[in-house]
Design a protein around this ligand. Structure first.
Ligand SMILES: *Cc1c(COP(=O)(O)O)cnc(C)c1O
Length: 370
C-alpha cells in the first residue's frame, strides 16, 4: 500500500458509504480518467467482469466467434465462454509477445470465408508491453471488428504516447492483488465513448430501470465496485507513477546485471513508440547458449526460497480450451517453454536483489566445463 488508502477507507466508514456506490467509486473513476486521458471509466469488481460486460454490450451471443490472443491469462478468454461464444485463439509475434497482426488478419479472413464474422477481438498487453496496436487497429477497422483491449497488466504503459486501455473501442483494467496497483480485487471498463460507460454502470448494478420499484427490462449483473475497495484504489492511484518507475528500475537492474550472460534475452520495447510499465520482468532462455533451461533456473530460485514463475501458458494449450479453433504459429508455445518471469516486486530490498544475483551467478558458473 502507498499510505493514503486507509484514509479513503475511513472516509467510507465515517460517511457510512458501505455499498457498491459512493464518493470513493466516483473519485476513483475520476482518478482513472485523469490518468489515462481522453477516456471515461466504470469501476467494476474485476477485469474479468469488465471483459464480460464489454462482450455483453457488443451483443456477443451463443455460437458467435470472438478472436482472443492465445498468450494470456485465462481471464481474457473465459468471458467469451460465459456468453456461449467460441474463442478463436491467435498466436503472438516475437517482438512484443502479443497478438501477431498478420495472424490476426489470417484469422479474420478464414472466419469470414466460413461466414462467421468475429464479433470482437481481444488483444492483450502482456507483462505491460504494448501490442502492435497500429497494425491491429487498422485490420480491425478494415473488417469492422470492435477491439476490446485487455490492459489488465498494462496500467501505466503507453503506445505512441497514448495510455494502454484507451487504444481500442473499449479497454479493461484490473486491480487484482497481483497487478501493478491493487484494490485487493477490482477492475474497470474504459472507453472514449461515454455510451459504453453509462451502459456498463447500468448493467453492473443489476440493470434497474428508472422506477420507484424494482423494474427490469434487461438481464443485469452484480459487477459494480464497492466504495470500500474504491477507497483503496484512490490511495493506490497516488503511487502509480512511482510504481511504474520502480518496476522499470527493476527491469533495468536485471538487464545490467545479465548484460553479458549468454542465452538470456528480455521482453524489450521494440522502439520509442512503446513504453512498458514492466509489470513483470520476463526473460527467455536459449538452453544451448545459456547452458541451463528456464526450468532449471526456476528450480534454482525455488531452492533459494525465491519465487519465480513460468510465462502464461497459452490458452490453446489449456485442457479447457483444447477444442477451440485458432491461428497458431508456435511462437507462444516456444515462449512458454523457455520463458520465466523474474521476481519483480516493488518492495524488494537490496538484500533480496543480492540473493537473486547469487542464484544467477551460481547457475551461470556451474555450466563452465570443469
Ligand atoms: C489479471 C488479468 C485479467 C483479469 O483480471 P481480474 O481482475 O483478475 O479478473 C485479464 N487479463 C489479463 C491479461 C490479466 O493479467
Amino acid at each position: 500500500m502507498g499510505g493514503t488508502e486507509q484514509k479513503y477507507v475511513n472516509e467510507a466508514f465515517a460517511g457510512n458509504w458501505i455499498a457498491p456506490l459512493g464518493p470513493n467509486v466516483d473519485g476513483f473513476e475520476k482518478d482513472i480518467e485523469n490518468y489515462l486521458g481522453n477516456s471515461r471509466a466504470a469501476a467494476l469488481v474485476s477485469g474479468t467482469a469488465a471483459i464480460h460486460l464489454a462482450l455483453v454490450m457488443l451483443g456477443v451471443k451463443p455460437g458467435d466467434m470472438v478472436i482472443c490472443q492465445s498468450f494470456t491469462f485465462s481471464g481474457s478468454a473465459n468471458p467469451i465462454v460465459y456468453q456461449g461464444a467460441v474463442p478463436f485463439f491467435v498466436d503472438s509475434e516475437e517482438k512484443t509477445w502479443n497478438m501477431d497482426p498478420e495472424l490476426f488478419r489470417k484469422a479474420v479472413k478464414s472466419l469470414l470465408a466460413k461466414g462467421k464474422k468475429p464479433k470482437a477481438a481481444i488483444p492483450v498487453h502482456l507483462y505491460g508491453m504494448p501490442a502492435q496496436m497500429t497494425q491491429i487497429s487498422a485490420i480491425a477497422e478494415e473488417y469492422e471488428i470492435p477491439v476490446i483491449e485487455d490492459a489488465a497488466e498494462a496500467l501505466g504503459s503507453r503506445y505512441n504516447g497514448k495510455a494502454c486501455g484507451t487504444l481500442g473501442d473499449m479497454g479493461i483494467l484490473s486491480f487484482n492483488g497481483n497487478k501493478i496497483i491493487t484494490t485487493s480485487g477490482g477492475g474497470a471498463l474504459v472507453s472514449a465513448d461515454e455510451k459504453w460507460i453509462e451502459k456498463a454502470r447500468f448493467l453492473s448494478t443489476q440493470a434497474r430501470d428508472p422506477a420507484p420499484h424494482y423494474q427490469h427490462s434487461h438481464i443485469g449483473y452484480n459487477y459494480r465496485m464497492s466504495n470500500i475497495t474504491a477507497g483503496i484504489g484512490r490511495g493506490q492511484m497516488e503511487v502509480l507513477d512511482k510504481r511504474v518507475e520502480k518496476k522499470r528500475e527493476i527491469n533495468q537492474f536485471y538487464r545490467e546485471f545479465l548484460r553479458k550472460a549468454e542465452g538470456i534475452s528480455f521482453l524489450t520495447e521494440p522502439d520509442s513508440d512503446y513504453f512498458s510499465n514492466h509489470w513483470l520482468t520476463a526473460i527467455v532462455i536459449d538452453e544451448e547458449k545459456a547452458g541451463f533451461s528456464s526450468d532449471k533456473l526456476r528450480a534454482a530460485f525455488e531452492r533459494a526460497n525465491i519465487d519465480s514463475r513460468p510465462l502464461w501458458k497459452p490458452m490453446h494449450m489449456q485442457p479447457v480450451f483444447k477444442d477451440a479453433p485458432g491461428q497458431l504459429s508456435g511462437v507462444s508455445e516456444k515462449l512458454f517453454k523457455n520463458g520465466l518471469c523474474l521476481p519483480s516486486g516493488t518492495n524488494m530490498s537490496a538484500e533480496d536483489m543480492e540473493r537473486i544475483k547469487k542464484v544467477f551467478r551460481d547457475i551461470i558458473n556451474e555450466k563452465q566445463p570443469s
